[in-house]
Design a protein around this ligand. Structure first.
Ligand SMILES: [Zn+2]
Length: 148
């Protein structure tokens, strides 16, 4: 089919972009060290804005790995898959199993109001920081395997 996936069409949020972002697909790599600078990463709880099937925006408060040196936010895909799935089961059963895209972070206050059903979609975009860029990394030991 060769479907084209446009990961980042344009800036959605009204606030300046923040953080580089890495959605980690490797279940066995937890990136307690930064894949860019090898510094220790910290745990940070961040309200993420996610589009399910590019139509349904949701915000999820997620514990992420964060490298302050590189301004790099890392989310483990297996954990996020599970949280998105739980949300779909509860609120959007018709979107269960659909692809989703993490677009950025929202201000904590807006996330709370959205969670309580007080915020509109416009409110959410007004408090959204897109990511600066989406990055991908392989666990280091895989590179060793390739060099053999
Ligand atoms: Zn780093």
């Amino acid at each position: 089919m060769g479907k084209k996936r446009n990961k980042k069409a344009k800036q959605l949020g009204h606030l300046p972009p923040q953080h580089d972002f890495f959605l980690n697909p490797h279940n066995d790599a937890r990136f307690t060290r930064c894949p860019k600078c090898d510094g220790l990463t910290k745990l940070r709880k961040k309200p993420l804005m996610i589009f399910i099937k590019l139509v349904q925006p949701v915000s999820l408060n997620k514990t992420c790995r964060y490298c302050p040196n590189c301004d790099l936010l890392i989310v483990h895909q297996d954990e996020l898959d599970q949280q998105v799935q739980q949300m779909c089961v509860q609120f959007f059963p018709h979107l269960l199993g659909e692809e989703y895209l993490v677009v950025g972070t929202v201000e904590r206050k807006a996330w709370k109001e959205g969670y309580q059903g007080k915020a509109t979609l416009g409110d959410m975009f007004a408090t959204l920081h897109d990511f600066k860029q989406h990055l991908e990394f392989e666990p280091a030991r895989w590179m060793w395997v390739k060099e053999d």
